[in-house]
Design a protein around this ligand. Structure first.
Ligand SMILES: [Zn+2]
Length: 287
């Protein structure tokens, strides 16, 4: 799913915080307890899961986001692509769910202060419901494609943004509360909320070429496979297999690779966000 070369993405709500480099020093994956309780993590955070001190990813493609103005910029540059995807998502969701205000994305390097607390890049992309903002270090995409095994396609990257935007919508629908009861496991509220965000991402992909200013062209089958490979890469079973050599479903918070792909496809094939009612599904396998 590429951007139309002359599409105007100048109004995309994405900005950079901090000056790159090492950023602030924080001691672990999570800088504050508050953060652990309220943010919506993406799930691709093996460093944080294991409590290890792995390398902090950093993006080699940093640009001045104000200079990202066209679809061509978004096709060429990862940070510009975040900005373009944010605008397309905003246009889709303002039509689809009018109650939600637009959200914004803040790109950071190393660590960032949010109203949910301080976080390092190790936690992966996340949404903070207190300040209603998506935070990501685009270096995560290197981790997604390297360590976690996604195929590196750009739709896989945009799926991540769309998933986080989905959490913002859930903040307005009230669904997000279901994830904050501290439960884990395959049928938990936490998993259902994550799978709904994947389904929302699929619904956006289905509509992105026709919604709003039609910033994007319709996805190819290969691009859909990229999104699916990213969804599979961040499945709890896939991450656990890679990082701890065994799968422990009772600790799942995001769903299996199969479930994440399944709900993404439910959203994509139906093209309807209202087909994403994972919270009331009899089983999370009913995609
Ligand atoms: Zn999530």
């Amino acid at each position: 799913m590429t951007f139309r070369e002359n599409a105007n993405i100048g109004a995309g709500r994405a900005s950079r915080r901090g000056g790159g480099g090492g950023g602030m020093a924080v001691g672990g994956g999570l800088g504050a307890l508050l953060l652990a309780l309220v943010v919506m993590l993406f799930g691709g955070d093996p460093g944080a899961i294991l409590g290890g001190g792995q390398q902090t990813p950093s993006s080699a493609e940093n640009v001045d986001l104000a200079e990202c103005t066209s679809g061509a910029d978004a096709n060429e540059n990862r940070d510009c692509r975040v900005k373009g995807a944010m605008l397309s998502l905003e246009q889709y969701w303002t039509q689809t769910y009018e109650r939600a205000e637009p959200t914004q994305a803040i790109i950071f390097s190393g660590a960032v202060d949010t109203q949910c607390g301080q976080a390092s890049s190790q936690v992966g992309p996340f949404y903070c419901p207190v300040d209603e903002t998506i935070y990501l270090d685009t270096g995560f995409f290197d981790q997604l494609e390297g360590q976690l095994g996604a195929d590196g396609g750009t739709l896989g990257e945009m799926y991540v943004i769309a998933h986080e935007y989905g959490h913002h919508i859930q903040n307005y629908t009230g669904a997000l509360r279901a994830s904050q009861q501290g439960e884990q496991g395959p049928e938990s509220g936490a998993v259902r909320v994550e799978l709904q965000a994947d389904c929302f991402a699929g619904a956006w992909v289905a509509n992105a070429s026709t919604t709003g200013d039609q910033l994007l062209v319709a996805p190819t089958q290969e691009e859909i496979r990229s999104a699916l490979s990213a969804a599979a890469a961040v499945g709890d079973d896939s991450i656990q297999e890679r990082m701890q050599g065994q799968v422990t479903p009772h600790t799942w918070t995001h769903g299996s690779s199969e479930q994440r792909m399944g709900w993404f496809m439910r959203g994509y094939e139906s093209g309807e966000a209202n087909q994403c009612d994972v919270l009331n599904a009899a089983s999370v396998d009913d995609y």
